[in-house]
Design a protein around this ligand. Structure first.
Ligand SMILES: [Zn+2]
Ligand SMILES: [Zn+2]
Length: 244
């Protein structure tokens, strides 16, 4: 009997981990009634532009915009589709170099938009350590203007497991946005900022799709130290549904 106890505890831990992973707290849209957390916006929200690269399912583009709107007080706008930048094409592997996409996005005319979030359905890659061309799900410039991600690695789930597909895509959108908010990778594999370490599906599966308290604090510290400080200090809370 005594030997059983740790096993039961382990199963309970595994089960609760599974439940956390399968059914994260649903994200809440900003609510005017929620005085405790809703900032009093006396000036415009930062504009975030969603840019489809090439041919992207309009439902996916809308999903990305909704995903951002659920988490952040942003004015999320849809940009018309733009072609993948020619300079980013990597012919040997027939995919697009993400860092070159980011370079091009930084020069895209998006008016006074604060951040650019680009979505493609095609494979993307970048250099990781000694590997020149490493396939990735997304790339975000740390504390920078732009991020890009692809649905390509999750494409087989789209019809087969639509709920899982959406959860993984939500994870990806917020993860890359997190990089532009100054976050590096997080050592906690349940945190939305965990490094995919070459396996985007495994990482998305392990994530609870939320920022851990440490990452939460780092976002605030980053925003306080940047030119958006005034706005965010007054707004105070930018995340609606994170772990306390
Ligand atoms: Zn990352
Ligand atoms: Zn974290």
């Amino acid at each position: 009997m005594c030997r059983m106890a740790p096993r039961i505890a382990l199963w309970l831990a595994l089960l609760s981990g599974l439940l956390m992973g399968a059914d994260p707290e649903p994200a809440r849209p900003p609510s005017a009634d929620d005085d405790a957390i809703a900032p009093q916006h006396t000036e415009p929200l930062p504009v975030v532009v969603v840019v489809p690269l090439g041919n992207v399912d309009p439902a996916l583009v809308k999903f990305v915009a909704d995903s951002l709107t659920r988490r952040f007080f942003f004015d999320v706008r849809l940009h018309e589709p733009v072609p993948h930048p020619e300079a980013a094409w990597y012919a040997p592997r027939k995919r697009w170099r993400a860092e070159k996409i980011l370079d091009a996005l930084d020069h895209l005319d998006v008016g006074d938009a604060w951040r650019i979030v680009a979505i493609t359905e095609q494979p993307i890659s970048t250099t990781k350590g000694p590997v020149y061309d490493w396939g990735i799900a997304g790339l975000g410039s740390m504390g920078g203007k732009s991020c890009v991600f692809t649905s390509y690695l999750f494409r087989k789930l789209k019809k087969k497991e639509p709920d899982t597909y959406q959860r993984y895509m939500d994870n990806l959108v917020i993860h890359e946005m997190g990089h532009t908010l100054g976050l590096d990778h997080c050592p906690l594999e349940r945190c939305i900022m965990a490094d995919a370490k070459g396996n985007a599906i495994r990482a998305a599966k392990a994530s609870i799709n939320e920022f851990c308290p440490r990452c939460h604090r780092l976002i605030r510290a980053h925003l306080r130290a940047t030119d958006v400080q005034g706005f965010w200090n007054r707004s105070e809370l930018l995340l609606l549904d994170s772990i306390p």
